[in-house]
Write a protein that binds this ligand. Structure first.
Ligand code: SAM
Length: 217
């Protein structure tokens, strides 16, 4: 019997496609930002450090749902997918068609809605999904118009009311004091009993705080 030696790939060979993909993604993300700065709200996708801090532990029971708002190119989605317990469900809601297209190709076993997080209740109804236990958000609240902020906050409270779940988002340190960012936190404080701020996570460009809310009033 002849032994065929399979040439193992060198480190640089295995790293190149990932690096190339990351660069292509960063360029795609930047051009999406230049087209729609207000709704994209960032020049780069979140780092894996921020993504991990945002998701934290994923204590979901079979049948429970996690919804991700604004998955973008999917760095947070990758962490959720890794931690998602068997039988738990995931839905991503993304407004930008190019990101939605990329997400459905990259994560064919996860579900993504092309639309606005402000319409979460209608989306869940249409897809016959339960209210989520967890909502993880990448939405740029500091640059969203007040009407959209209000509708998204109403949806979050409607989803989590009466349950044991929580809502998590991040805010960039440099934008934390902006009027729209403060407005978002003030409105959330009116709706939720409990709040926790983690960080800043400095291994992200730019550094960001993770905010967690639970217990709808
Ligand atoms: C700051 S980026 C975050 C992307 C990704 N989660 C990350 O951390 O790299 C904001 C994302 O929210 C999306 N977005 C903005 N407004 C939205 C809305 N109303 N509903 C759903 N997605 C929205 C943008 O298209 C973009 O993908």
């Amino acid at each position: 019997m002849t032994k065929t030696k399979t040439k193992s790939k060198s480190k640089s060979e295995t790293k190149t496609p990932t690096k190339k993909r990351a660069i292509a993604e960063s360029i795609g993300f930047l051009s999406a930002f230049l087209r729609s700065p207000g709704s994209v709200g960032a020049v780069l996708p979140s780092s894996r450090y921020l993504s991990r801090a945002l998701v934290g532990r994923l204590d979901l029971q079979p049948g429970e749902l996690i919804v991700e708002y604004g998955p973008g190119t999917g760095p947070v989605t990758a962490v959720i997918k890794q931690l998602l317990p068997t039988g738990a469900k995931y839905l991503g809601i993304e407004l930008e068609p190019r990101f939605h297209d990329l997400l459905t190709r990259r994560y064919p076993d996860l579900d993504f809605e092309l639309g606005s997080a402000a319409d979460v209740i209608a989306v869940l109804r249409q897809r016959h999904l339960p209210r989520p236990t967890r909502i993880v958000s990448g939405l740029p609240f500091a640059s969203l118009p007040p009407k959209v902020q209000d509708a998204v906050i109403d949806g979050i409270a409607d989803c989590l009311r009466g349950g044991h779940g929580d809502f998590r988002t991040f805010q960039y340190v440099h934008a934390y004091g902006l009027k729209a960012a403060r407005r978002f936190r003030a409105l959330m404080a009116e709706r939720f009993e409990s709040f926790e701020r983690v960080g800043p996570v400095i291994r992200n460009v730019p550094p960001a705080f993770v905010l967690r809310y639970w217990g709808v009033k």
